[in-house]
Design a binder for this molecule. Structure first.
Ligand code: MG
Length: 346
């Protein structure tokens, strides 16, 4: 159960877009949160109770901690089953001082008896749901984690081993650290290439990279004949060695007649993300005499950035004529070439 702000519905949809329909169907929620963390967790638990009342154990996790490992989740689960309430803790390496309002040290607690705690915090579901309900009823606010709610309700909370890598992203400096940590796991760097051709036919516009461009001809194809999107789709599929556009969207299948090629490109991106990969760079060349691509270049790049979810500075679109030579030179059709770099986990 994901708990989100009601205004973040679109961000949530974007965040789960890479999931296959089967995986997306296994998610419950999202639930809408409240004013404080405590309210949000309680509302999430209530939503969970309504959707899956039979569950035994619940793990409550901060979305700002993206790096907790499967091992840690397993430890959390076991600890909740064994103790009813358990949280991951780390021994301190720095000495802690207690200070007064003037910033003077008033005490030095014994470090060996202190732990910093993280999430996922793990509980028997009925125990923590009841504790949250009672705290809300008693208007007991200001409890900053779920262990504190359980303690307030009189339960003893056990500590299991946390992870130093399970960092909480709270500052812009943390975002930089998290990104480099994430990139450090994507060491399988691959390139893919794609090429496509479509013939000109009657019409008053063409599609390039998901952008509609007025022209005195159209392009002929089973789908919308977006020659650029097709080349890029094949390049991405090539980089992950996952077939080609024709194998995923056979021209013999009537459902793709006239289809927007953005569907094909977004499916290739979904397949890449489903493998934990990112698109690091895309470089494409359009080959035609007309229309002139220059005036549309940045709008095409922006369209591709929106379709792929990749920033504009990683997307290049170039164009060339073929000096009136060959089929593109005779203005019988257009061609496009694309090359991409992707990064996957090893
Ligand atoms: Mg094509």
């Amino acid at each position: 159960m994901t708990v989100i702000h009601p205004d973040d519905q679109d961000l949530y949809a974007e965040a789960i877009a890479h999931l296959s329909p089967a995986d997306a169907a296994r998610l419950c929620g999202p639930a809408h949160g409240g004013e404080t963390r405590q309210d949000s967790v309680r509302l999430g638990l209530e939503a969970l109770a309504a959707e899956m009342p039979q569950i035994e154990v619940v793990l409550i996790h901060d979305g700002a901690r993206p790096f907790s490992s499967p091992d840690m989740v397993a430890r959390a689960w076991e600890a909740a089953k064994a103790h009813g309430a358990a949280v991951p803790g780390l021994a301190l390496t720095d000495t802690v001082k207690e200070i007064d309002a003037q910033g003077r040290v008033v005490a030095t607690p014994q470090r060996a008896m202190l732990r910093t705690v993280q999430t996922p915090q793990a509980f028997r579901f009925d125990l923590i749901l009841k504790a949250h309900r009672n705290a809300a009823q008693a208007q007991q606010s200001g409890l900053t984690d779920d262990a504190a709610i359980a303690e307030w309700a009189g339960h003893s909370v056990h500590i299991f081993e946390g992870e130093r890598t399970n960092m909480k992203i709270t500052s812009s400096e943390d975002i930089g650290l998290a990104e480099s940590k994430l990139l450090g796991t994507l060491l399988d760097v691959r390139m893919g290439q794609g090429f496509d051709v479509h013939a000109f036919g009657p019409g008053d516009h063409i599609w390039l990279g998901g952008l509609k461009i007025p022209h005195d001809h159209g392009l002929v194809g089973h789908s919308d004949a977006d020659v650029l999107s097709h080349a890029i789709t094949d390049a991405i599929l090539g980089a992950i060695a996952d077939g080609d556009i024709g194998s995923h969207f056979p021209p013999s299948d009537p459902q793709w007649r006239g289809a927007a090629s953005s569907i094909f490109l977004q499916e290739a991106m979904r397949r890449l993300r489903a493998r934990g990969g990112v698109l690091a760079h895309l470089d494409a060349t359009i080959i035609c005499e007309k229309p002139k691509i220059g005036p549309h270049r940045d709008a095409i790049r922006e369209s591709l950035a929106a379709l792929t979810g990749v920033s504009l500075d990683r997307i290049a679109v170039k164009a060339t004529t073929s000096e009136h030579l060959g089929f593109t030179g005779r203005e019988e059709g257009m061609a496009a070439m694309a090359i991409v770099t992707v990064r996957l986990p090893l």
